[in-house]
Each structure stands twice: as structure tokens, then as C-alpha cells.
Ligand binder design. Sequence first.
Ligand code: GDP
Length: 465
Amino acid sequence: MISYCNNDTICAISTPPGCGAIAVIRLSGSEARDIALKSFIPKANKTLSHSTCVYGSFLDNNGEMVDETVTAYFQAPHSYTGEDLVEISCHGSVYIQKTILEILVSNGARLALPGEFTFRAYRNGKLDLAQSEAVADLISSENKQAHDVAVRHLKGTYSSFIKELRDKLLHLLSLLELELDFSEEDVAFADRTELINLLETIEKEVTALAKSFELGNALKTGIPVAIIGKPNVGKSTLLNALLKEDRAIVSDIPGTTRDVIEDVININGYPFRFIDTAGLHATQDVIESIGIEKTIERINKADIVLHVVDLTQTDIKSLQSEIDEFTGHITDDTKKWIIVGNKEDKIDSVPEWGSITANGLPIDTVIISAKQKLNINQINETLYQYVESKGVTGVPTVTGVRHYEALIRALESIASAKKAFADNVPADLLAIDIRQTAFNLGSIVGDISTEDVLSSIFSKFCIGK
Ligand code: GDP
């Protein structure tokens, strides 16, 4: 089996599969330029020198022209991979792409493994592990916020934050290890209060990072919003108004929208994924209880709940007991609860609901008419403000499951270290937990990585990245 850890010259098509106007084929490795020049004949006696693009003909091994291409060359170490790198821009025909690739292979290059170009950039110190993963995030980013986070990671802001935490830990570890060297003399180099303070600070920062994963991950897939409420209050109509299209089936027969509909909209660069629960809350008793169960399931999946009520049928008392009924079933009380009073067009005066609460906390209310599309923007604004207040802008945000898991493991070893402190265990045992925490943090940026870990990370990339 070909492993990532070798020095072959590799090649791959780096543009998406299929036919486009142009396609780009990449070659990386010490032989890249020589292999390219076996088939690429620059026009007007130009040569392939560093950081230039040259126009010319790409010939097959019989000297027949395959295509006219523009070929760029980047000399090691000044390239994406840190190796000699050639990029051949050809016409987008699938046949041309495939033929060029075959010729490059016949002349000594090997087909690249998934993510192998980025792996080489990592191996040659161009990117650390977190930055390499940010390349994949950047390529797949579908909205401004996911893009911003990926760019921040790529710039290394996040990596330096993790490295800083790890350095603090290593400092702590070195003091403890110094004590071990002098164990017979029973000296304590590491001031215990200072140590516990440092551990707690790190715990706080790692917890915040782990927590940011919720939103970081949601930025990739859409922040989940559940639309809940009794039958016929206007949930489907609201969803349509939010999506600006007729996606859910609207009917005045309660419980007629049976399909669960999910769709993503972009509000000021943040993706929100709406989960409609229309139709899940039907009238008969049995179905009713299944409906509530399903609604609770949806609420549990969401970060934000849009709880729709019909203004013509709701007073403050019934509203509070409806909210309590739902919140009584859920364990996580951090969800953002927004009451949407619908059918404003049918009432004379707007109710005063300032005193209602969810889990004892005041909640936002928005009064709308879904049918007449009145005040829908206010819902958008409330959603946007909420996510802004959670603050992903400018702070490190975790987007990868691998990172999240490493942070959780770090938190476990911090908890264990804190317990060791409390139990007054000897420095050598304490050092084990601290070393483990540093290891877990280090594994995010790649300071400590085995070949297996690296292969599993890079194999998730597409070929050509
Ligand atoms: P759902 O069961 O909660 O999904 O409710 P629907 O969206 O299917 O709406 C139920 C009925 O209420 C339909 O006849 C809608 O046209 C009507 N409806 C929804 N929103 C409004 C509104 O803002 N004003 C009025 N007057 N009717 C509405």
C-alpha cells in the first residue's frame, strides 16, 4: 500500500471532476519540473522558471499535441507543498485531463493520495495540522462565517492559541519535573497555588474552545432552528416566508403537513437550518403524544426554538403554560427560545408579553403575520443578533470533530490533574496528567502525531487537494 510518507513525485487533477472551461493538474516533488518538461513544450523558447506561467503545447509520448496549456512552476521551498510544484492549466475536457494525467504517470509521477499535496505542505512545515485541516474547511465553506473561521485557522490564529495553552502547560510540567530531579531534598519548585490557578485558567479556555465547537460545527451545516407550535398556528406559512418560497404545504386542516422539511438560509453570512415540525402535532390524543415526543426530539436537535403561537387564540397565561410544557421535557436549558406571535393581521391590539419566561429567563417575542409577510425581518434580526452575541468573530472557534474530541480528552486530564492536586498526590503522578493534557492539545496542531493519525486526517480530503 502506498503511504503518505515517501518522496515520490505525485500528480492529480485539482479541479472538480467533470468538464469545465479549464482544469488544473498538479505535480509535486523533486521530479515535477523534469516530468512536466518531457511533454510540455513552452512557446517562444521560454523556460519554466520559478513563479511564472508559460504558454505552450502539451504533447503525448508520440509527439502528438494533446492540448495547448498554461503551465506554472514554483521552485521548492517557495510553493504550496514546499516542494517543486507544477500546475498545468489545460482545457476542461475530461479526455484531455485524463490523457495528461496518464502521460505524467507514464513519465514517472505517481497518482496522489487524497489530501497528499496538503500533507506535503504539512510535512514540509508550510502548514501545521490545524491549518491543513482549515484548507479542507476553506474549500468546502459555503457561507461567509464558515469562510472567515477557515481563513482565521489557515492564518494560524487558532494554532497559536492552542500552542500558547500547551506552552503554559509545558512550563508547569518542567517545574514539576525539576522537583522530581531533586526529590530527595523535598523541595517544591512549583508553587502549588500558582499551579492550580494556571490549571484552572487553562481549563476555562479549553472549555470555551470546546463549547465553540457547537457553533463552529453549525457554521458548516447550518445553525439548527426548530419551528414548533400547535397545529394551524402558521408554522408552514412562516417557514415559507423565511425561505421565501413555497416549500412546506400549507393547509387549514390541522396536522396536514406531514413531511419534515429542512432548509438552510443565509442571514448576514450565517447559515440557519430550519427544521419544521408542522404536522407532527396532530389533534387526536395518541397522535398528540407522539407529536409532542417528536417535537421534543426536534427541540433537542436545535440551538434555537421558534415557538409559533396564534395571536387570536393565545393569552399570556396559556402561552406561559405552553412554554412550560415544552421546556419541562428538555434537559438543556441553554436553548434560545423565541416566541413568534402569528396572525397579527387578525388582531386589533398587540399583546403585552414582557413577563413570560422560558426556564425562568425572559424571552424574545416577535409579532408577525406569516401570511402577509409582516415583520419576518425581525425574526431574521433576532436570529442574527443571538448568534452574534455568542461571538465567533475574531475568537478561536473549533470546527473539526477531531479537535473537539482532543479538547474533551484534555478536559478529562485537567479534571484528573485537579483531583490529584486536591488529593496532594506526589509530583510524579501529577506530571502524568499534565503531560497527557499537553499531548491532547499538541495533537490538534500536530506536534505529536503518528503516521496512522496523519493518514486518517488526510485521507478525508479529496484527491488533488
Ligand atoms: P401549521 O399547521 O402551523 O403549519 O399552519 P399553516 O402554516 O398550515 O397555516 C394554517 C392556516 O393559517 C392556513 O390557512 C394559513 O393560511 C393561515 N395563516 C398562517 N399565517 C397566517 C397569518 O399570518 N394570518 C392569517 N390571517 N392566516 C394565517
